[in-house]
Design a protein around this ligand. Structure first.
Ligand code: GLN
Length: 309
C-alpha cells in the first residue's frame, strides 16, 4: 500500500501546477474575494494519523458542506420523522433549482439541495430563537472538530442575505405549501449563517470522522450517531452530495462526499478515513473542480473507492 502522507503531498504538488481551476463562485459577492489558486487537502485515517498538503489550515466558507451537519442534528432531534419534510432521492437538478418543488407539493427532493437544507434548518429552528439554533449548529461543529475557535464569517452571511433572492423564493414557495413552520426570515437567517461558517480542511476532516467510523468519533470518544444513521447519512451523501454532479462524483471518486460553493468537499472512506479538500474554482454544477480531481487521484492511488480497486 502506498504511503498515505506521500500520496497526499504529491497530489497537493500536482494541483498547485494545474491551470484548469474552474470558476470561483461570484453569486455571493463576498466569496469572490478568495484566492483562486488556493488548494488544501487533509486525510485522517482510522488511527488518527493526519496527512496534509497545501493550504490545509486556511479557513474557507464551508457553504453547503454545513448541510451534512445540519442533517445530522435534525435527525438527532426528530429522528426519521424528518423524512416527512424532505425526500432522499437525487434531484438531477442544480443546487438552487425550484422546478421539482411544484410537482412534489413543496417537499424538497433531498436535504442537500438548497430547498432541502432550508427545510432541515427550519426543523432545527423550531422551538428555539434563531440565535440559539445557530449557536447549537456552531457548537456542534466546534465539538466535532474539537476546536472552539471555529466561527461564522459575518461578511459572507451578510453578503448572502443581501443577494440570496433564489433562496428567499425557495423558502417562500415551500412556506406556501406549509413545509416551513417558522417565519421565513428567521429560517433563512439561520441557513445563511450556517453556510457562512469558516473552517479549514483539517477542521472539516476532523469533524467528519464520525461518518467514517460507524457514527463514533474517535477523537472525542463519543458516539455521535448510531452506526445505522451514519450509514444512512453516507448513502444520501453518495447519491445527492454533489447535486446534478453526484453521478459523476460517484463514478470518478467512488466515495460519499459533500461539496460547497466555497470550493470545499468532504469525503468519507468508510472505516478507513475522513477527507477534506479545498480549491475555490468550481465546475458547471457548482462543485470544486480540482477538489474532485484530487479526490479521484487519491482513491485511485490508494484503492479506496467503495466500489473496489
Ligand atoms: N449558501 C449557498 C446557497 O444557498 C450554498 C450553496 C452551495 O454551497 N452549493 O446558495
Amino acid at each position: 500500500m502506498p504511503d498515505l502522507d506521500r500520496v497526499v503531498k504529491e497530489i497537493a504538488e500536482e494541483m498547485a501546477d494545474r491551470q484548469d481551476r474552474g470558476e470561483v463562485a461570484t453569486y455571493i459577492p463576498e466569496l469572490a474575494r478568495v484566492d483562486p489558486k488556493a488548494f488544501g487537502i487533509v486525510v485522517i485515517d482510522a488511527d488518527g494519523q493526519v496527512a496534509a498538503g497545501g493550504d490545509s489550515d486556511t479557513p474557507f466558507s464551508i457553504q453547503s458542506i454545513s448541510k451534512v451537519f445540519t442533517l445530522t442534528l435534525a435527525l438527532g432531534m426528530v429522528g426519521d420523522r424528518l423524512w416527512r419534510r424532505v425526500g432522499r432521492e437525487p434531484s438531477g437538478s442544480p443546487f438552487n433549482s425550484i422546478v421539482q418543488l411544484e410537482r412534489e407539493r413543496g417537499i424538497p427532493r433531498n436535504p442537500f439541495i438548497n430547498a432541502g437544507a432550508i427545510a432541515v434548518t427550519d426543523v432545527i429552528l423550531s422551538g428555539h430563537q434563531p440565535r440559539e439554533a445557530l449557536g447549537e449548529i456552531l457548537r456542534f461543529m466546534q465539538f466535532l472538530a474539537q476546536d472552539p475557535t471555529i466561527t461564522i464569517d459575518e461578511a459572507v452571511a451578510a453578503s448572502e442575505l443581501r443577494t440570496g433572492f433564489r433562496n428567499i423564493a425557495l423558502a417562500n414557495y415551500m412556506k406556501s405549501f406549509g413545509v416551513i413552520d417558522n417565519p421565513v426570515d428567521f429560517t433563512l437567517g439561520v441557513y445563511f449563517h450556517h453556510c457562512a461558517i469558516g473552517m479549514s480542511c483539517r477542521q472539516l476532516a476532523t469533524a467528519s470522522r464520525f461518518l467514517a467510523h460507524s457514527g463514533r468519533h474517535p477523537l472525542t470518544g463519543h458516539s455521535v450517531v448510531s452506526p445505522e444513521r451514519a450509514k444512512r447519512i453516507n448513502a444520501v451523501m453518495l447519491t445527492c452530495g454533489h447535486y446534478d454532479g453526484s453521478g459523476e462524483f460517484a463514478y470518478r471518486v467512488g466515495l460519499p462526499g459533500k461539496s460547497g460553493v466555497g470550493g470545499g468537499i468532504i469525503a468519507v472512506a468508510p472505516e478507513r478515513a475522513s477527507i477534506a479538500v479545498w480549491s475555490p474554482g468550481l465546475d458547471a454544477s457548482g462543485n470544486s473542480h480540482l477538489g474532485r480531481i484530487a479526490l479521484e487521484m487519491l482513491t485511485k492511488r490508494l484503492g479506496w473507492s467503495i466500489f473496489g480497486v
